[in-house]
Design a binder for this molecule. Structure first.
Ligand code: ADP
Ligand code: ASP
Ligand code: MG
Length: 407
């Protein structure tokens, strides 16, 4: 019988100090003693990536993205070397590699690169020699060997992509919570663990702010049908399985509440209300590499209209500069900004077949006197932009309104 191969990913909190690194090493070794091959992807320790980012901003307000990748990719290199040492201390053979060394090739979009190919020969060779392989998450190289990173939370993507490339039997994501919850358990203590969730719902949750899994990693898992087991690195308990929909799975109307506090709102006032204007604005913004999220255009008065949209807070300055430039050519009035917003969302595949969910959500927010500034919907989610100071209250209220503490 051939040996099972497990790909595991340990997040930053799971390797935050030397004791945690040693504990992770013990867990990995226990798989090896049960005759399984292990490839472990590790994130940077604790808040290292945030700290490295801050270092850049101590030098400049506009760090060149290539140099940013050189800088922030180092966090993962530290933890993978330490983990390999800890495993060797336990008497097992281990070897650490960077993303580039294990053939993870990406495009050239620094700080949010996409994986193009993985040539897993080097990992396979090390596994044949009975080594435990440790890979630095979150990074790859371009065809010209330039170091790139895969967007925040990108070690999840490294793990899923390696599970696909190596045709692994299992892909486990180890973190500081014991699974996916009905909402962030740090905000709502009554949040309940979900035992099984579909790729589709998890992707929606991750895109709408549930930071526990990186959205792009779920996209890849969904495309290649790679089930993921999200579980705690602090216990042996089973966590949450993320899998494809099973006909026996019940479609719950609202399965989770999420919150995203990393966006800002921009309004371009009094733009001419005529064909082609929205196209001009959003073409220029996308050319600047800015991801626009929610867009609302107001009813036209006097042949002009206001257009509001949200962007990642980190792109706010670039967006304002681009917007000012555009209004010079197309016309337009003031440009307003608000970086004190939050997006609260409810997610559930069962929304497709239930009525009245939106009304119930709006009423619950209204009862708390929370004003809704923008609304957007998808087939399986409803989101509202509200003032950030009300976001925790909104999440708690919605969690209760949809009885999630009882699921
Ligand atoms: P890691 O360092 O392991 O990558 P992250 O900090 O990226 O961990 O993600 C884990 C955190 O995600 C948890 O500590 C939790 O507070 C947060 N989180 C947000 N939404 C959820 C959710 N719905 N279920 C579980 N955890 C969530
Ligand atoms: N260290 C990176 C981050 O903090 C990647 C990861 O943890 O997945 O975003
Ligand atoms: Mg993470």
């Amino acid at each position: 019988m051939s040996k099972k191969l497990v790909v595991q990913k340990y997040g930053g909190s799971s390797v935050k100090d030397s004791d945690r690194v040693k504990a992770v090493a013990k867990r990995i070794v226990s798989y090896k003693t049960h005759h399984q091959d292990v490839v472990a992807v590790v994130s940077a320790r604790g808040d290292t990536t945030d700290e490295l980012e801050s270092l850049a901003f101590e030098i400049t307000n506009n760090p060149p993205e290539r140099e940013m990748d050189m800088l922030i990719s180092t966090g993962e290199q530290i933890s993978c070397a330490l983990l390999a040492m800890a495993i060797k201390e336990l008497g097992f053979d281990a070897i650490s590699f960077t993303g580039g060394q294990v053939g993870i090739k990406t495009d050239r979009i620094h700080t949010k690169a996409r994986i193009i190919t993985i040539d897993a020969r080097r990992i396979r060779k090390a596994l044949t020699k009975n080594k435990i392989v440790i890979v630095a998450g979150f990074q790859g190289v371009t065809r010209d060997d330039e170091i790139t990173t895969l967007g925040r939370g990108g070690s999840d993507l490294t793990a899923v992509a390696l599970a696909k490339a190596l045709n692994a039997d299992v892909c486990e994501i180890y973190t500081d919570v014991d699974g996916i919850y009905t909402t962030d358990p740090r905000i709502v203590t009554e949040a309940k663990k979900i035992h099984t969730i579909t790729f589709e719902e998890m992707l929606e949750m991750a895109s709408l702010g549930a930071q526990v899994m990186q959205a792009r990693s779920i996209e890849v898992a969904k495309r290649f049908n790679i089930p993921i087991h999200v579980r705690s690195s602090y216990s042996k308990e089973e966590g949450t399985m993320i899998t494809k929909a099973d006909e026996h799975m019940e479609s719950i109307a609202v399965r989770a509440v999420t919150c995203n506090k990393s966006e800002a709102k921009v309004t371009i006032c009094d733009v001419p209300d005529k064909p082609g204007v929205a196209a001009r604005i959003f073409t220029e913004i996308s050319k600047a590499g800015i991801n626009v999220d929610m867009i609302v255009q107001n009813v036209s008065r006097m042949k002009t209209t206001d257009i509001s949209f949200t962007v990642p807070k980190v792109s706010l300055n670039k967006t304002l500069a681009t917007a000012r430039h555009i209004t010079k050519t197309i016309g337009g009035g003031n440009i307003l900004q608000d970086d004190q917003i939050a997006r609260v969302s409810i997610v559930g595949a069962g929304m497709r077949s239930h009525y009245g969910i939106a009304a119930k959500m709006f009423k619950a927010l209204a009862d708390q006197k929370i004003n809704i500034e923008m609304i957007s919907t998808s087939e399986i989610s409803i989101s509202c932009i509200i003032e950030r100071k009300f976001s925790d209250m909104a999440v708690k209220t919605l969690h209760k309104t949809f009885n999630l503490e009882r699921t």
